[in-house]
Design a protein around this ligand. Structure first.
Ligand SMILES: [Zn+2]
Length: 417
């Protein structure tokens, strides 16, 4: 197969695989299955074994162990990427723009010339001088989150299976659905993955191993008012819109928000509001690197609710929360080689390895919580969930190189006693 990584990437991003938070099916959208099916077919063409494409759209396959001495056992590891894209921006008719030999200039997106990728605003562009960059045309997101990860995994798999250079253990590939809506591992079992650790290929830039994620809850505040015809509203109508607006106004404006925090600071972020006079609700995400802080954030919301509720005894105001994912820090301790070998593989590829934290979650946060340590590796993502999303072919190639070296690293140093 003479497929280049770029060929693969362009093929994957042209498929619309947007997830839908409001759907109760699995996967949330049937269109994700198109990419899952394509990947299952490509795994077959590559000659991978144990290919399973289940009814939920999840694809697993195995690169068999190679070159080990008789009796030598190297445990399996898993490479994970997700087929879906974020519901936050359209992924219909993605029209990827390829910019060879990038020289630091502003990139104007032709489908919406008011959108410009400029190094002034996005200095990371300057780390990719000379690279082939891929952007959107300005009308959709790109879907490098996480099709760059899929392209890197498929490229590394093709290389390991057709032209292995050193012994390696079994490598499992796992393509999930609905990661963007927090359901990436809902239909996965550790028995199916049967591995000592995993790696999500869902990280930004190059050379980084993410060893911590946020801990995350979702919260909803729901206000039930009383609607009447406005002509007879006096003394009867209770307007849920106004009550909810008051609650939102009382949120801290300058702290605890994505707009005002970075690094290890958490936030309480309202991201969706819907409703009318009779009923209105707002959805929040609660985020912090310390799981205990999430309860404090929920308490803050309850305090605001109580203060507003005192003025509107006729209204019903409810707060509900549900856990989404947890910081992977503790779970990664179960298998310290997961991070150690990844850092070494990155170094072998001539890159400067860096441990990092992500202000978000991955399938790896959920897998780690389930008991499979699963840090996150760089795969060239930049500005995800946005029409300003872009990636670099060279960074994706580096991700594929790191995966190959990671396989050899485990082959050489991961032998079971
Ligand atoms: Zn992702």
């Amino acid at each position: 197969m003479t497929d280049s990584l770029l060929d693969r990437f362009l093929r994957y991003v042209r498929l619309d695989t947007q997830a839908d938070d409001s759907s109760s099916t699995y996967p949330s959208t049937a269109k994700q299955l198109v990419l899952s099916q394509l990947l299952a077919n490509e795994c077959l063409e590559l000659g991978l074994s144990e290919i399973v494409f289940d009814q939920f759209g999840i694809v697993t396959a195995t690169i068999p162990a190679w070159g080990l001495s008789p009796g030598e056992i190297v445990p399996a590891i898993v490479w994970v990427a997700h087929v879906d894209t974020s519901p936050e921006y359209s992924s219909t008719n993605v029209n990827p723009q390829v910019h060879p030999n990038y020289q630091g200039q502003d990139l104007v997106l032709p489908g919406n010339p008011s959108l410009v990728l400029s190094p002034n605003q996005f200095p990371e562009l300057l780390t990719c001088l000379g690279h082939t960059l891929i952007t959107t045309d300005g009308t959709t997101l790109l879907g490098a989150d996480d099709k760059s990860g899929i392209a890197a995994i498929m490229t590394a798999a093709a290389r390991l299976i057709s032209n292995p250079q050193k012994p390696h253990g079994p490598i499992r590939l796992c393509f999930t659905c609905d990661e963007e809506i927090g359901r990436g591992t809902a239909k996965l079992t550790l028995e199916r993955l049967n591995a000592v650790c995993g790696y999500t290929l869902d990280g930004s830039g190059t050379g980084t191993v993410d060893c911590e994620t946020f801990s995350a809850d979702q919260a909803t505040i729901r206000v039930v008012g009383i609607n009447t015809h406005p002509s007879i509203g006096k003394g009867v109508m209770v307007n849920a819109i106004k009550i909810l607006s008051e609650i939102i106004t009382r949120l801290p404006a300058r702290i605890l928000s994505p707009e005002t925090t970075d690094e290890r600071q958490g936030f309480v972020h309202p991201y969706e509001i819907e409703g009318g006079v009779a009923e209105a609700h707002v959805k929040f995400i609660l985020r912090d690197f310390e799981t205990l802080a999430l309860a404090e954030q929920a308490k803050l919301l309850q305090t605001i609710i109580d203060s507003v509720a005192a003025d509107y005894p006729e209204a019903k105001i409810e707060l509900s929360t549900r856990p989404q994912y947890r910081n992977m820090r503790e779970g990664l301790g179960l298998e310290p080689r997961a991070i150690e070998f990844a850092l070494r593989a990155i170094q072998t590829c001539g890159l400067t390895p860096q441990k990092s934290i992500i202000r978000g979650g991955t399938d790896g946060s959920l897998l780690t919580a389930m008991g499979l340590p699963c840090p996150n590796l760089s795969t060239g993502e930049h500005n995800p969930h946005s029409p300003l999303e872009w990636t670099s072919v060279e960074e994706m190639e580096q991700a594929a190189n790191v995966l190959v070296e990671l396989a050899y690293e485990w082959g050489q140093n991961g032998t079971e006693p």
